[in-house]
Design a protein around this ligand. Structure first.
Ligand code: MG
Length: 266
């Protein structure tokens, strides 16, 4: 049984099980579960502190490589297969695809066939290594949640555009907290946690959509409540009452590349 040591306080070491491929959390039914049945009940929960009857979390095998899809993810782009993607009219997506790398080619934005609401999304992307554009014309693409809410993809390493349209921006609403951009041509990563909006039975919005986003491992939006669907040169329009929608990738006319895209519905 593999264990790692975690120093949590001076002179106090805990030993915790490794997640992937480790069965140490499996309980022997003949053995009493570790924990207590005489501790206080946690406020707002049905469980006691360290409750011995509290179910163990489900196991997920982490990927063998950093950034790889864990065992419970839906792989949206993991090889030479575009079957998860379609064009706006429902036809098969025809973006260039080679060696697991998909490239915008002027045939229009694409979206997933499946729809998602609350989710964790991992996307790797690269803007062109050489481009003679500027501002919004330099490596422009975008990752849309529910087809409505864009996290901007742009070359923002040395290219300047309006702040709420730079790489990692919630387009037209919030710039990223910091600019964590790599140079054009280099692979970059978005790890996005998205909370879909909620509506009551009459269609009135109870809570807005929220984004937490890491760009190349750097936090750029922390549980940020957004105003509504993202749009160009205008205030957010009403977004209907959908709580699920496709992930879509924008064709903005620049040959931006994508690879290793996976999603975990939450
Ligand atoms: Mg864009």
């Amino acid at each position: 049984m593999k264990r790692i040591a975690l120093l949590v306080a001076p002179a106090l070491c805990l030993s915790i099980p490794l997640l992937a491929g480790d069965d140490s959390a499996t309980q022997d039914p003949a053995k009493k579960s570790p924990g207590y049945d005489d501790t206080p009940v946690l406020p707002g929960q049905e469980w006691r502190v360290h409750d011995s009857k509290r179910p163990q979390p489900p196991k997920v095998a982490a990927a063998k490589v950093v950034g790889g899809a864990p065992s419970d993810a839906v792989v949206l782009l993991g090889g030479n297969d575009l079957s998860m993607w379609q064009r706006g009219n429902g036809d098969a997506a025809v973006w260039k695809l080679e060696d697991g790398i998909m490239e915008v080619n002027g045939t229009g934005s694409i979206r997933t066939r499946d729809e998602f609401g609350d989710c964790q999304l991992h996307v790797e992307w690269a803007t062109p290594a050489d481009s003679d554009g500027d501002s919004q014309g330099m490596g422009n693409s975008g990752v849309f949640l529910m087809g409505l809410y864009e996290i901007q993809v742009l070359d923002s390493h040395s290219n300047v555009s309006y702040a709420d349209g730079s790489a990692g921006a919630i387009y037209g609403q919030y710039p990223p907290d910091v600019n964590a951009s790599r140079a054009p041509g280099e692979w970059q990563v978005y790890d996005i946690v998205f909370t879909a909006p909620r509506f009551d039975d009459e269609g009135k919005r109870i809570s807005a959509a929220r984004f937490t986003v890491m760009h190349n491992g750097v936090l750029i939006h922390n549980n940020r409540e957004i105003l509504g669907p993202t749009t160009h040169r205008n205030l957010p329009p009403k977004g209907g009452t959908a709580v699920k929608g496709p992930v879509s990738l924008q064709d903005h006319g620049n040959p931006v590349r994508y690879r290793n895209i996976w999603i975990r519905p939450l």
